[in-house]
Design a protein around this ligand. Sequence first.
Ligand SMILES: Nc1nc2c(c(=O)[nH]1)N[C@H]1C(S)=C(S)[C@@H](COP(=O)(O)O)O[C@H]1N2
Ligand SMILES: [Mo]
Length: 530
Amino acid sequence: MKSNRWAWSAAGLVAGFAGLATSYFVAMAMTIRSSPVVAIAELVIRETPGTMVEQAIQVLGRHDKTFLVTVILVVTALLFAYAGRLAARAWWAPAIVFGVLAAIGFTAVGLQHDTGITDLLPVAVGFVTWLICLSLLTEPLRRAARGGAAPGGDPATDPDSDTAAEPARVAPTSAGSTRRGFLVRSAVITAAALAVSAFGRVVGQGRRQVEETRRLLKLSGVSPPVVPTHARIGLDGISSWITSAGDFYRIDTSIVAPAIQPVDWKLRIHGMVDREVELTYQDLLDRRLTEDWITLNCVSNPVGGPLIGNAWWSGVRLSELLHEAGVHPDADAVLQTSDTGWTCGTPLSALTDGRDAMLAVAMNGEPLPIDHGFPVRTIVPGLYGYVSACKWVVDMEVTQFSRFSAYWTERGWSEKGPVKLSSRIDVPRSGDDVTAGRVRVGGVAWAQHIGIKAVQVAVDGDDWQPADVSHPPTDDSWVQWATTVTLDAGDHTLRVRATDKDGLVQTGVQRGVLPNGSTGWHTIDVTATT
Ligand SMILES: Nc1nc2c(c(=O)[nH]1)N[C@H]1C(S)=C(S)[C@@H](COP(=O)(O)O)O[C@H]1N2
Ligand SMILES: [Mo]
């Protein structure tokens, strides 16, 4: 059928643009500076010889970029259509065309400044969308092709069992119903792609504007992070004592982080208080800011896991604000609510006992990154994030634990989440080969707001031996530790345990993360060779 060729091309085209739409949306939602198409355009600009670019600019004037993007889109469209036609011959044939396109997209995005692995997500999502849409669209065409070849049979029987072995049971698809099926699917996918693009545009614009505001903000009370002298131990490969915002783990229930303009932000402190307090972003900046090194970790971090980071936080002390509100003596909790609707319950005592519990406006001397709670989040030393570190916080209700349950408490996690004393080996890595003899071992240990007194390491089943521990000026942050062990040639097990400043020794009893944090000694295996 001649018209069918057009249908296959159209299928390729629609599926291709659906893929572009989702990749664009993901790029916008993640505030990746540009979508894959724009990345390719920029790559072309960079790789084209300067004189050619100048000529192009002379001919095309200010429309040079639009022209380039249009050309790229037209070429891509032709390739999409071609890929659709290839699908008529073999299902895998178009995958090659799109694989090449995705590879170009990957390369273009990857060659941009400061790209991380997550920046490649839009291309990956686009690729998957395209595969799914293409198979949805070509399925009626395929059925028609097969149906035409094997007439007869009962359309009421199972149309999915049209195998070569049972030609009689093939559903004879009429040209009309095929057309209808195909058109309906094309229309639905096109509409969805347009909606996704439009949504991506809105989301992207909001985020971009907030990102711009954030970039221009100058927070006068915020000082840059200066790593204190005794906070570090020199050993290559152990976690940086200060975690950069880019390396800081991110955990939240939002697919797209909310984009909140500081001028639109407000926090209400209410509930069991004498006077409600309402604060704007400017109100916070007008106050004296407290600053502290605080290590934040996630209750879901397994022993030895990566969900922990240490940053220099600046913000307004919550004890001051709660004091101004006049907290009733029978209150024992603060129910925090995020702009996203996420909630957590924090013990009132942790917010008023003098520790640096704060409404943070800055992380490592910069306004909070959007993904880490811009414009304002809570940070409480000594508590897991899920009961304290509310990002995009907009509401605080002084109350009692008996009166509510928060997001994670409803899902089986403990009402209270004090951080558990723990430690981690960063070097060597488990599975490493090391040179037999004296081997340097090191990592981090934490007991926020209590502090680490000592760290010990044991080789195989032997005695615990002490490690050197760094001395940061606060007990709210982790410490680095390092030591030297002697390993004979062969396989060895290394474990670590810490002791906090209250004298508690880290337990070796292994517990999972549910309901209130993992315990056990981080243990690694290495092979020493001569
Ligand atoms: N609004 C909001 N805040 C949140 C969460 C969330 O899902 N939504 N997750 C919490 C959890 S479980 C942790 S461990 C920390 C993580 O903070 P980070 O992403 O800045 O590292 O944020 C906390 N604050
Ligand atoms: Mo968490």
